[in-house]
Design a protein around this ligand. Structure first.
Ligand SMILES: Cc1cc2nc3c(=O)[nH]c(=O)nc-3n(C[C@H](O)[C@H](O)[C@H](O)COP(=O)(O)O)c2cc1C
Length: 413
């Protein structure tokens, strides 16, 4: 029962029982040793909050804006490839849940449902994520399709010029649709509800690509196309070219270093997402939440700063906002919700996050998410807790552990 899920971990357990292993593992994995994947989650626990009492906690509001769009809370559903393999028609269901909840949904280039599929099944604009391929004609056509579908922001992913390696995917022989080996057939046979739903949809391949990119008429030609197409020469000049072609709100995803963040200031982008691709690319990179404060310090309020990676509760959302994130993107938790129960599962995930965010903000003594800043963080103890693992004090834009990542407490509250 979805209503029994009280935490994101509960949804994850449910999803594990319902989704074939190869697709569940695809979501629940990081590159190589998964060090960065784990750090994304565990570093949040090292940031502590200040409890306040005897303050008025009535009439609370989580509503704010992300790139100028009203949102019911500062949370967006991150672009995830293969989403439609966690549940049949997954992208459509997640987009519908996000729309009803008043938060943005971002469709991946590598989605199963196409841009047109999602547009036809939603009533409000969604966002589109672009991977840059060598075939620039195809990129132009994707941009045109996103415009025609009424997408209101383009998220340009910068951290996947070449693919990181995830051992689980290689061992599982991941593909969409799944291969017909005895191992894969067994994985499917043990997940009958998933199979039944999949049998009722025709969306089994990469909907944005098959039949659109040249030389990819069917699924068999897709694998080699994808491998060759990610463009390792992507540069700031390409960002400029894409910005001009798109002409709308542009969000740069995958910035983890203050120097890159500073360079983004000249790009004309509206926002950056501090992200390490959920620990799926450079294993050994710092966690996103540790990367956030020096980047916020480097760019100030000259560009909107968002973050993603490791957010597993409303408390994590609040901590990221306190450290300067205007928006917080969530990947795996919504995939777990989807796997656990389709659209209703994504809604449940959003309810859990909202409830935790609301209560935590109140117990920190605040009523409006727009008033949250690092004044709600308990700096002293966070420093003490992180001290054994942290490096010596570093300058703001040098790599640092969480000890130096938590900024000075202001007199707020
Ligand atoms: C299964 C999966 C697929 C992903 N696919 C994409 C993608 O197609 N494009 C993209 O920009 N990021 C992709 N990402 C990264 C997410 O957008 C996001 O950065 C990451 O999931 C955030 O970390 P979290 O999962 O811990 O919330 C993917 C992540 C996961 C887990």
């Amino acid at each position: 029962m979805l209503a029994d899920a009280l935490t994101i971990d509960d949804l994850k357990r449910m999803a594990r029982r319902r989704v074939p292993k190869m697709f569940f593992d695809y979501a629940d994995s990081g590159a190589w040793t998964e060090q960065t994947y784990r750090a994304n989650e565990s570093d949040f626990a090292r940031i502590l909050l200040r409890q306040r009492v005897l303050v008025d906690m009535t009439n609370r509001s989580l509503a704010t804006e992300m790139v100028g769009e009203a949102v019911s809370m500062p949370v967006a559903l991150a672009p995830t490839g293969f989403c439609g393999m966690m549940h049949a028609d997954g992208e459509i269901l997640a987009a519908q849940a996000a729309e009803a909840f008043g938060v943005p949904f971002c469709l991946s280039t590598m989605s199963i449902c196409s841009i047109e599929d999602v547009a036809a099944n939603t009533t409000r604009p969604f966002w589109f994520q672009l991977y840059v391929m060598r075939d620039r004609g195809f990129i132009e056509s994707l941009i045109e399709r996103a415009k025609a579908a009424g997408c209101t922001a383009l998220v340009l992913t910068l951290d996947l010029q070449i693919l990181g390696q995830r051992h689980k995917d290689l061992r599982n022989g991941l593909s969409a649709p799944p291969k017909w080996t005895p191992k894969h057939a067994w994985q499917l046979a043990t997940r009958p509800r998933w199979c039944l739903a999949m049998a009722q949809t025709r969306r089994h391949g990469f909907g944005n690509i098959v039949g659109h990119a040249s030389n990819v008429g069917d699924l068999s030609s897709l694998a080699s196309w994808t491998k060759e197409q990610f463009d390792p020469r992507l540069s700031w000049a390409d960002v400029d070219w894409i910005r001009q072609k798109w002409g709308g709100k542009l969000i740069l995803k995958g910035i983890l270093d203050p120097e890159d963040a500073r360079m983004s200031l000249g790009s004309g982008a509206d926002a950056i997402i501090v992200s390490n691709h959920g620990g799926r690319q450079l294993d050994g990179a710092r966690s996103s939440i540790a990367a956030l404060p020096p980047i916020v310090e480097a760019v100030g309020d000259r560009i909107e700063v968002h973050m993603d990676g490791g957010v597993r509760s409303g408390q994590d959302v609040l901590k990221a906002v306190a450290l300067g994130a205007r928006g917080v993107w969530i990947g795996r938790p919504f995939l777990y919700g989807l796997g656990a129960g389709g659209r209703a599962g994504v809604t449940r995930m959003l309810e859990i996050i909202r409830n935790e965010l609301d209560i935590t903000m109140a117990l920190c003594g605040l009523r409006d998410i727009r008033a949250v800043d690092h004044g709600i963080l308990d700096r002293g103890f966070a420093e003490a807790a992180a001290a054994p693992a942290g490096p010596p004090a570093a300058k703001a834009d040098e790599p640092a552990g969480m000890a130096t990542a938590v900024p000075e407490r202001t007199g707020a509250c």
